[in-house]
Write a protein that binds this ligand. Sequence first.
Ligand code: HEC
Length: 136
Amino acid sequence: MKDWTGIGRPILLGLLGIMFLVSCRPEEEPEKKPVSVQSFDPASLVLDTPELEQGREIWMATCAQCHIRGLGGAPKIGDIAAWAPRIAKGKEVLYDHALHGFVGPQLNEMPAKGGFTDLTDDEVKLAVDFVVFASQ
Ligand code: HEC
């Protein structure tokens, strides 16, 4: 009996400590994707062909401006969930939208050639091949 408070107090303090820790846990992000898009680094991808290497160079110099962080609603490179429904449209449709522009259902605009009108059609297609390779 005499020891009761001596044992009870550490337990109580322990419980308070746990409650404090639980209540302080940062809220989890609502939509956590399996792939961490933030840490996706296109430069470190291992590519199998010289065409993909060339596509990456073009992509990094132009398309990356919007597609690395998702500026203006652009699907981020490496974001598999964002790219799956687009890739499902087929390469030809993606080429067409990248070359001639496209306005999505949320009225976000992919400008023709990303606004880089100096790019040849083949260069734009190489960049599309690269982003598709990197995002599935
Ligand atoms: C000024 C910003 C910007 C630049 C630069 C840009 N894009 Fe986009 N892109 C977008 C946006 C925004 C969308 C999403 C449109 C939507 O579906 O809502 C998009 C979508 C796309 C799509 C998917 C189209 C579809 O049918 O779903 C492809 C492919 C694409 N871009 C390729 C490229 C390539 C290749 C380049 C570089 C040559 C490029 N983009 C540069 C903004 C940009």
